[in-house]
Write a protein of this length. Structure first.
Length: 309
């Protein structure tokens, strides 16, 4: 619930912000103190992506798949939240990692009609590349929670809305699997909206962890133990999950990662439990004359740590 007593003026109501948006859209200079850095950066991405600011013209992409680990874990959490909101005009929205809306739980009829009109509905994508700055797409683009109020939206037909979006990461793989978004009228916006969205995302991630298989949990435990034992590279692999520690991500470029993962996958399929020498094509950040090799150890279960040698 969002207590009315705590409601404050939302940044999207600021007249200076509305003027700044107009100047930005007409290629005039913008005073930075009127616009948050994250919003201005998103406006620039939207302009470079040639997103229309005067209309929202989205095509239906596909029927959402509602039988996935994300939807099975998220929907009970979102229905519980919708019931707890007790008729408040806040729409509860779930998307996949690409911003495709999977579910929108009804708020009130007026808000629902408006959201239908701007295509914020199942089967349509609210990725930033299609709609510009918004709570869903900008949160996914930046990989962090994002609230977008009123005139902070890039498209003018969203200016009456306030949105708070939070990426949902799989608790084992760390991959972004979707986003949860709370949308209401700008006039009803509350500073607690983003906090509520964060709490909801945390609950969904906990549900994903609970629903994960025992093998995935074992993989995570083995990965964390391996990380504690070495300061070098560590990789863990199952048929559905890949994890690399921060050092491996820094040192291995995409070509190295691809080769290493390929060898690890082959060892996994073969059930190999010995060490395998893998020559890396670029050796990441190592000097060109350095001779790096990686030892892939296939352990019991699903864990496949790899350490630099």
């Amino acid at each position: 619930m969002l207590p009315a007593a705590t409601k404050q003026s939302a940044p999207g109501d600021d007249r200076g912000l509305a003027s700044a948006r107009e100047r930005f859209l007409t290629a005039e200079s913008v005073e930075p103190y009127h616009v948050r850095d994250a919003i201005l950066a998103s406006w620039w991405r939207s302009r470079r992506g040639r997103v229309a600011a005067d209309r929202i013209d989205l095509s239906y992409i596909r029927d959402p798949d509602l039988d996935t680990p994300l939807t099975r874990s998220a929907m009970p959490v979102l229905r519980s939240l919708r019931n707890a909101l007790d008729g408040q005009p806040i729409s509860v929205i779930l998307t996949d990692a690409d911003g495709l809306v999977l579910s929108r739980l009804a708020a009130d009829s007026e808000l629902d009609r408006h959201l239908d009109g701007v295509r914020l509905a199942p089967g349509f994508s609210y990725a930033e590349e299609f709609v510009g700055t918004n709570g869903i797409g900008t949160a996914l683009e930046g990989g962090q929670p994002m609230h977008v109020f009123g005139h902070e939206h890039y498209a003018e037909h969203l200016e009456d809305l306030a949105c708070a979006g939070v990426p949902i990461r799989h608790p084992i793989s760390g991959r972004t699997v979707g986003a949860v978004d709370l949308t209401c009228w700008r006039k009803d916006a509350d500073p607690l909206l983003i906090a509520l969205a964060k709490t909801t995302a945390d609950q969904i991630m906990q549900a994903l962890l609970t629903d994960s298989s025992a093998q995935e949990v074992q993989l995570l435990q083995e990965f964390l133990r391996a990380c504690k034992r070495t300061s070098g590279m560590v990789l863990a692999l199952s048929r559905d999950t890949v994890m690399l520690n921060d050092y491996a991500r820094r040192v291995l470029d995409p070509a190295d990662q691809s080769v290493l993962l390929g060898h690890a996958a082959e060892a996994l399929e073969a059930g190999q439990h010995s060490s395998v020498q893998v020559a890396l094509p670029t050796a990441g950040a190592a000097p060109a004359d350095a001779s790096w090799r990686c030892c892939v150890r296939c352990t019991s279960g699903a864990t496949r740590p790899a350490g630099s040698t």
